[in-house]
Design a protein. Structure first.
Length: 225
């Protein structure tokens, strides 16, 4: 999983929970703050570990602009502003202060995740590496899978499903969770489509298909045996 920590600053607890839920599913560690003063305290205590800040503009005690100014005195950490305004003048003002990205409320959580991943890729570089799982090697950059050194052909969905399973190695994953993360939240089809994809993947993996274990009444788990 990712060793990346994101600070989410918003005075609405429901908004923080929404953001946290979606980002946590991607493997990010989340710190929270409910106002500007708390945000500065949390940032000071964890400055070396925070790779991104999602910062609301309108907050009590200390607004987002003030927090931004103070953080920029000592840090160039990427900052995405969460704003309900979306006026051009406000955005220009923010960029002058050192904002890296904007997203206006209300926003799609999936769009937020995509923006977050794009910022992190720009600022941290692509640190993907080829990993070996008991003879199954996965190259995220090339989106290729090899079994004992021999490349196997997979559809994009089969690749994404296998990648999700190995990224959550030794964790039992429900069919609903797999659908939500591989097929995304806009998919309303039958969860049995997962079973058919798993069957195809197992066949392509050959003897190593046994690493994908059926969890009766739950879903599936990837475990190297």
């Amino acid at each position: 999983m990712n060793d990346i920590t994101i600070l989410v600053v918003d005075d609405e607890s429901r908004m923080r929970k929404l953001i946290k839920d979606f980002l946590s599913q991607k493997g990010y560690a989340i710190l929270e703050a409910g106002d500007g003063e708390e945000a500065l305290n949390v940032f000071k205590e964890n400055q070396n570990n925070i790779q991104l800040i999602l910062l609301d503009v309108m907050m009590p005690k200390l607004d987002g602009w003030s927090v931004l100014r103070q953080i920029r005195q000592t840090s160039k950490v990427p900052i995405m502003m969460l704003t309900a305004r979306g006026e051009e003048q406000d955005e220009l003002f923010g960029f002058e202060l050192g904002v890296d990205e904007y997203i206006s409320k209300p926003f799609s959580p999936k769009i937020l995740v995509a923006r977050v991943e794009a910022i992190l890729k720009r600022t941290m570089g692509d640190k993907t590496e080829v990993k070996d799982y008991g003879g199954i090697t996965i190259d995220p950059d090339g989106r290729t899978v090899k079994v004992d050194g021999k490349q196997i052909e997979m559809s994009l969905r089969e690749y994404e499903l296998l990648k999700y399973l190995v990224d959550n190695e030794n964790i039992a994953l429900s069919r609903d969770k797999i659908l939500n993360n591989v097929w995304n939240y806009d998919y309303y089809g039958d969860s049995r489509t997962i079973d058919s994809h798993i069957k195809k993947i197992r066949h392509k993996l050959g003897k190593k298909g046994k690493y994908i274990e059926t969890m009766r009444g739950v879903g599936y788990k990837f475990e190297v045996k």
